[in-house]
Structures are given as C-alpha cells and as structure tokens.
Design a protein around this ligand. Sequence first.
Ligand code: PHE
Length: 340
Amino acid sequence: MFAKVEQIIGAIEAANPQTPEELEQFRIQYLGSKNTIKPLFGEIRNVPNERKKEYGKLVNKAKVTAENKFAELKEKLEAAADEASAQALDLTMPGEPLELGSRHPIATTLNRIVTIFQRMGFAVVEGPEIEDDWHNFTAMNTPEDHPARDMQDTFYLKNSTELLLRTHTSPVQSRVMETQKPPIRIIAPGRVYRNETISARSHAQFHQVEGLYVDEGVSFADMKQTLMYFAQEMFGTPKIRLRPSYFPFTEPSAEMDVWIGMDNEKNYRLSKGTGWLEILGCGMVDPNVLTNCGIDPEKYSGFAFGMGIERQAMRLYDIHDIRLFFENDVRFLKQFASVV
Ligand code: PHE
C-alpha cells in the first residue's frame, strides 16, 4: 500500500508536460474529479491501525505534491508562452497612429457661455427636446392662434398635436418654475428645431442657451447688468444695445445686440453692415407665465433671455456658413483640434 503511494508521488514529481494539452492530462489524472489519489484515501481501511496515521500523512503528501507541481508547471508553461509571443513581436515596428478627436466648435462656444454664467451663480439644467404643447407654448403664454404654433414653423410628432420638437429652450423655464421655488437662477443649454429652409444663415436645428432669474425685487436693471457682463466676458466689450421687441412670455421684451464693429470684412458681413451682432432675446418674465407655473407675481419678478449659440460660434471662429456645424465634415472639425 505504502509503496503504491510512494510510486505515485514519484510519478508526480517526475512528470514533465511540455504542452498545455499535456498539462491538462496531468491535471485530470491527479487533480480531476476521478483522480488517481482519491481512492488511496479509501484504502486506509486496509492499513493496520498503528500505521493508519502514517498512511494518511503519505496520501496527503501525494495530494499536496500534485497541487504544487501543477501550479509550478502551469507557471512555467505560461512564462514560456509569453516568451514565445514576445519573440514573435517586432518591437521596433512603428505603431499605428491614433486619430485624436476634438471638441465641436458649438461645444467649445457653449462651454465659454456656461462658464461665464456659472461664475455669476447660475446653475445649469436641461430639458427634453421632445416637448409637449403646454411647456413649449401654453405655459409660456403663447396663445392658440400664435403663428409659431403653425405646422409651417413647428415640427410636430407624427399623428400628434400635443408632442413637438421644442422650438426654443424657453419650455425649460416653465419646467424649472413648476418644480422649484424662488430664488431661481438657471441657464438651460440645448438643441432646438424649427421648420425652416436650410441656408447659409438659417437651419432647421440649432442651439440656444436659456437664462432665468426669479426672486423678490428682480428688475430690468439687473438683467441689463447681467447681460452687459456677459458681453464683456464673451466678446470683450460691454457695448450692447437693447432694442424693444415682443415675446409672448416676457413684458417688456427686448433684443440684444453686441457691438462687434465693422472695421474688417468679417464683422461687416456678420453684422450685415451695421456693426451690431444680434445675439439674444430677453425681457421681464410675464406675470402670466409666473402664474401658470405656480409662482406669485405679486411677490416675485424675474428676467429671462434666450441666446443662439451658432451665431456666436460663427463670430468666434470666423465661420460663414451655419450648415458646416451640422455636416460634421472632418476637414472642418479638424481645424478646431487645438481649441479647448
Ligand atoms: N425663446 C425666444 C426665442 O427663441 C428667446 C427668448 C427667451 C426671449 C427668453 C425672451 C426671453 O426667440
């Protein structure tokens, strides 16, 4: 009995598999579920009592020897395989160059805008691009017969008069006011859609940043100061112009232009020969909008603005065709690789 176990131990120690297949054979033979060592434990019945302990130890030694030998052989074979594959590699071959991506000019422009408003304490929120009629129009005080609601201007979802692609970021105003109490100070960047003919100057999709500030005693002067600071940071000049305008959701309303001058052809073209670049619509939040969103207009007032991003990006990077932003031609995008 003892001799048999000794013999198996000897065989284990002498084993020298050269391939993964042979190693697997070894494993099955000595460590598998039907291995050669297991029945040896049962044989202890036939060993005289005074030697049982000694026998148990020996069989155990066989088991441990098999385990250690397996681990050792496995490591040896793996190291050999690594070595072989390293030799097969030519480490002096040049690598494949990785194409590095870069940020889209709309994204870098947006980042600048967001950073400026964050410094003034505005928080960034987002709303859905598929909106319902209430948030896009009704809550924003836009009456049933307003031309913006027309199919000609708005993309409605198929078979729906309720769901549409938002025409501006203003619905985020109503979503925020429905769920937050003043003081509210947010900006909401995002993509918007209008059913427009696509040309060098206009597109059916573009980007806006909405702004909303509601608190007790917020005035038109606060709005003007905020927007002036923005113009200073973004365009390097506080010279702005507020022109009276109309939006259903603000009263009074204005459009804001920034002075970019016309001392070069680029600015002349972008400002249509006026020197002024129109960048946003704004105004004091209409009391009806506050009421629609559950905020008491007797106690609170606020201002709001919505600015287009494309036009600012065109000015920043000297781009003359808005369509370039959406075609994603890599020859165009690569030019912004150094912009962060
Ligand atoms: N939503 C308006 C537009 O898309 C811009 C705007 C926003 C005007 C907020 C006033 C206040 O033209």
